[in-house]
Ligand binder design. Structure first.
Ligand code: HEC
Length: 188
């Protein structure tokens, strides 16, 4: 009798526990479904976002466009250095550097005939050695060593172009500044 009573009580606990867990499960289930619905936008919204993304990507400049900027600044850097206009040289070195970094963000990895080329791996030593040497000579205000550092950096530009299967993009010492209406002689 006592055993029966315990069994009945136990049985009712089991039933109650089962009923409770069924309620908790269905609540969680319903909740998870409504949360999922709130998290993911409806399909038409998703389609709109996708087409907006395609549109925005089409508006981003190409890597070669960014490189044209690099070339513009790097060319003027040569003339600023030749004129010993060190603040102007500093400006063009900074612009050269930041525009290469921008061009790398536009296309970080290029497919080449010898596999994928991670441009950052090419840029890092170029920056640490070659651009740093130009910086050093701008700070030292030494035109002769600046010119040597510039020529050395040109080799770095060309090494990356070759690695990207574009050896014909051969950077040479420029004969004319690209910036018009900017005074290259220092303002005394
Ligand atoms: C880390 C790699 C890398 C470095 C360093 C680099 N370039 Fe480039 N450059 C490229 C790639 C890749 C292209 C081709 C882009 C394309 O075809 O879309 C390119 C293209 C160019 C172009 C052709 C742009 C055009 O459409 O007319 C010029 C000019 C250029 N680079 C100048 C320079 C100069 C100057 C330097 C050095 C100060 C330099 N690049 C350093 C990767 C590099």
């Amino acid at each position: 009798m006592a055993i029966d009573g315990r069994w009945l009580r136990t049985r009712s606990y089991v039933f109650r526990a089962a009923a409770l867990s069924a309620i908790v499960f269905s609540f969680n289930h319903a909740n998870a479904q409504s949360m999922a619905a709130a998290d993911s936008p409806p399909t038409d919204e998703l389609a709109a976002l996708k087409s907006e993304n395609v549109k925005l990507r089409s508006l981003i400049p190409s890597q070669s466009h960014a490189m044209m900027d690099v070339s513009f600044h790097f060319t003027n850097l040569w003339f600023a250095g030749q004129e010993k206009n060190w603040p102007l040289a500093q400006f063009y070195l900074n612009e050269t550097r930041s525009h290469i970094k921008w061009s790398l963000r536009l296309v970080p990895v290029r497919k080449t005939t010898h596999g994928e080329l991670k441009l950052q791996d090419k840029f890092d030593p170029f920056d640490a050695d070659r651009l740093a040497e130009i910086q050093k000579q701008i700070t030292a205000q030494d035109r002769k060593l600046f010119s040597a550092a510039y020529r050395d950096a040109m080799n770095g530009c060309n090494e990356c172009h070759s690695a990207a299967d574009k050896p014909y993009l051969l950077v040479v010492v420029p004969d004319k500044a690209t910036a018009q209406g900017i005074q290259f002689k220092p303002n005394k």
